[in-house]
Design a protein around this ligand. Sequence first.
Ligand code: O2Y
Ligand code: MN
Length: 611
Amino acid sequence: MKIDDLKHAKLKEWVQWAADLMTPNEVVICDGSKEEYDSSIKALVDAGLGIPLKKRPNSYLFRSDPSDVARAESRTFIAAKNKDEAGPTNNWIDPVELKKTMTDLYRGCMKGRIMYVIPFSMGPVGSDIAKIGVEITDSAYVVVNMHIMTRVGKKVLDVLGTDGFFVPCIHSIAKPLQPGESDGGKWPCEPDVNKKYISHFPDTYEIWSYGSGYGGNALLGKKCLALRIASVLARDEGWLAEHMLILKLTNPDGKVKYMAGALPSACGKTNLAMLVPTLPGWKVEVIGDDIAWMKFKNGQLYAINPEAGFFGVAPGTSEQSNYNAMQSIKENCIFSNCGLTDDGDIWWEQIGYPAPGKTVIDWKGNERPSPQTDKVPKEGEPIAHVNARFTAPAKQCPCIASEWEDPAGVPISAFLFGGRRASTIPLINQSKSWIHGVFMGSITGSEITAAALDLKAGSVRRDPFAMVPFCGYNMGDYFAHWIKLGKKAEAEGNGDKLPKIFFCNWFRKDADGHFMWPGFGENSRVLSWMFDRCDGKDNAVETAIGFLPKPDAITAPEGVKPEVMAELIKVDTAGWKEEISSIRDEHYAKFGDRLPKELYDELDKIEKALA
Ligand code: O2Y
Ligand code: MN
């Protein structure tokens, strides 16, 4: 297919403009076929960038440049029309100035390379909740990852028709090639972090990315479209685009409920989405592990997973921590920045076994003696980068729910927020109302373990709704959007159909610094309590901070003493009083007059109830 064959006039004009600006050798409109995937992989292997893995059929390892290993938060911009619209949690640059800077950078940036045009659907093709994006990129690594993470190709162009809406996404690795030059097996990108740009234009729903080829900076369907731009679309159109897993929970009677959960990074979100319950008779299946798009239909909130794959953190993933993820990555996967063993397999810290063989090649390509343990080394560099990733087709997950691609979505009964908190926050707490639940989402955060930048160890890094890096507009307005949707549902007589809202904390520690709750599969005990709450079961007590489990409502896992269980579900009045001050003075104050009054009212209510 050629540019001239594109039937959508605006798309055709935009692709031609990009080709004229970036002057690639060739333009390829991606069709999403297996042949296209295979030939792109072959080109990457031939270029010395992809390494076939002997132990995993049709799977490849990539090593990125050390400057290009994670989301570049300091170079991520929300170029709203003014700074206030971007809000205090986002980097802002004037959109006119940013477009000028980036247009100059884009000029000739694809010389000597192929410009790929990837039409993709976030969500099942044709779903009324899905959206279409088109990514222009000069990276074949992006093409193959987008094949796994989204639905790509002609079927998307068919739905787009001649005038459908799409989000234009431009991406360049910023490494033009001179005649006869090749990448020479070296990951191409702009190595100077200060020259990378991950830019979002919320007023025109556009994404422009330059200089990075890794993860969320380059696979623009994920964080850029499905969260930052989608959050703006959701605000404008009255729906929710959230950084949430979606799970299906079935009780021993075969009754099903769907829950969506937002946890900041390093809280085990993917593990929770694919949990293997320890509670007999209960079943957890996954719909999505990272992002949920939700729309009200007849007063009920329905969710889809806009993605088609998992882009999971590799280190720490093992058969013990996430059995289902390990089964999902046996074949047809892309691995980035993992170790490579003698026998041609990937390896990472906490994979569950020491690296086999005498040597292993680390993520930088250096041969190292095989570690005799899979523990994170106390000193020196790990074998796999801490943000090493696997890209795996979601359909390969043994616990994928059969309805995960239902275009209508699944009805959501509960929202779960949570963070990593050593004290104060109970194991599980149910909000008293929708607005109280929005309050819970707004105070989400994790304690930081080491002193970092402006925060002292032990203080809480707030990450409201786990959306701080991903909200495409002022977060004060984002809270207001949540409140508005709840009020609308209530005004329409659908208040009882709103999802119940919960807050969890798997990470309480005792005076000796030991975790009080075992987590992982044992979290099914908490999920079952939430399930029963959604069913109206009288298994909670009302307290100043919310509904907490009645003393025996959650049976203790083996090894958790009754007094520990009691501690996990009680109100820590002194701790909460400090929490209230910290929320008011350090957290909410940042949002100035954009913070909805309703949230201060919730804070006052809890403070009064604790007095
Ligand atoms: O490092 C990256 O670019 C990816 S970040 C990511 C990937 C998958 C799921 N979640 C995240 C995240 O940062 O929340
Ligand atoms: Mn995420």
